[in-house]
Design a protein around this ligand. Sequence first.
Ligand code: PLP
Length: 415
Amino acid sequence: MAEPLPADLAFLPYGRQMVEEEDIAAVAAVLRGDWLTQGPAVAGFERALAARVGAAEAVACANGTAALRLAYAALGIGPGDAVVVPSNTFLATASAARHAGAEVAFADVDPDSGLMGVAEAEAAIARAAKAGWRVRALAPVHYAGQTAPMDELAALAQAEGLALVEDACHAIGTVDLSGGREVPVGAGRPGVDAGSLTVFSFHPVKTIAAGEGGAVTGSDPVLMARVRRLCNHGMMREPQAGEGFADPEAALDAEGKPNPWYYEMAEPGFNHRLSDIHAALVLSQLGRLDRFVERRARLMALYAERLAPLAPLVRPPALVPWCRPAWHLCAARIDFDAAGRTRSAVMAALRALGVGTQVHYIPVHRQPYWRRRYGDLALPGAMAHYDRTLSLPLFPAMADGDVDRVAAALERALS
Ligand SMILES: *Cc1c(COP(=O)(O)O)cnc(C)c1O
């Protein structure tokens, strides 16, 4: 039995941003300057992010959901099309495809890692074909910070003529090793001819925070130009040859340059722009990404040690061999049945001991909207993952001793 826990310890949430003085100074500098939106901080962040993840280009946007929406739209995904989405993800991976008019072919996941593999993706493609949908893209989710097996998924995408939209909202800083090479998440897969884009979120619980923020990265200039245009109303300042002009008189001045008020639109877009205020925060945070990732790795190593005595009731997240993860979640696997405790009771007991937890995720195919649309799909891996998963506190400001606290609290909550 663990020692009783002191009652005065601060509550540990499951995740939390780490904002420091340099971040505050960066945001204050924007507020004192000339641009509140789409100024030098957005441009600077886009350059720094692209360089960090090894992509030719990054487009910053309002949040991760907007990034997904832009990626699907830039790939021309629409009605009659389908996107393969693992059921173990946040709602947005699927909803954004539906907003594009597409159907969602939900894929099962490995019950231990929570990741979609090739077999699961193939099964979803087969089901979509039966339904008469034209599958256009795979949207693997790098759950908790580990990559889906990208080398195999990229090969599948290429073989089937599909695009890749990597949902890397959990995985900035992760390096994929699945093809025997180091590929930073965000660099994408240039060998996938139908297109390869990666999306990120900078929500405060994610590894770096903008407040609200997101990005799309990629290396295909045509695709990325479309992402950029769609992010800002579909507007172009440069007259496009062959498109016809919005106003031929205004398009070019005497020197053959576009007049300052000229703009034209070839397709309707969104306003999914990021503000300079948010960009300054996330640019400043990006500078500390390596430190955050290191700290999270250290905490995960401590968890592996401290949770070991609680096996087999509690096991740390399952490690996949094909990546060097930047951990977003410590998604522990707990056999609640064997412990004779409900998850609800365990969460309440942990909360009373000052430990916040969360469940990632209720499989998306179980949501009322999707059940109404597709009926009850059998995705046993996603359900088995859901039955046992519980995300324990993981954020860079945690002290080493906090991991002991969580492990001791878990032992009490399960006994
Ligand atoms: C957070 C998250 C999103 C959405 O990002 P927002 O910035 O909250 O819109 C999408 N997919 C996954 C896997 C996420 O974790």
